[in-house]
Write a protein of this length. Structure first.
Length: 67
């Protein structure tokens, strides 16, 4: 029984590390946006705070769970 518990803990720890490293890789691959570029984006698409709730999809759970 102890072996199964230890194995499960190791698996979970490895999953956590892989997820953290994956997010780190994604984060470093996203380019920085200058203030000028951000102003152009805001001019073209507006600010998210101006969007109607019906236009938005909450993907928090999807991102957290990777589904």
């Amino acid at each position: 029984m102890e072996t199964a518990i230890l194995k499960a803990l190791i698996k979970e720890s490895i999953r956590e590390v892989l997820k953290e490293e994956g997010l780190s890789i994604i984060k470093t691959s996203i380019p920085d946006v200058s203030d000028e570029e951000q102003a152009e984006i805001n001019a073209q698409f507006g600010s998210p705070s101006d969007y109607e709730d019906q236009e938005l999809i909450d993907m928090t759970e999807w991102v957290k769970n990777g589904n």
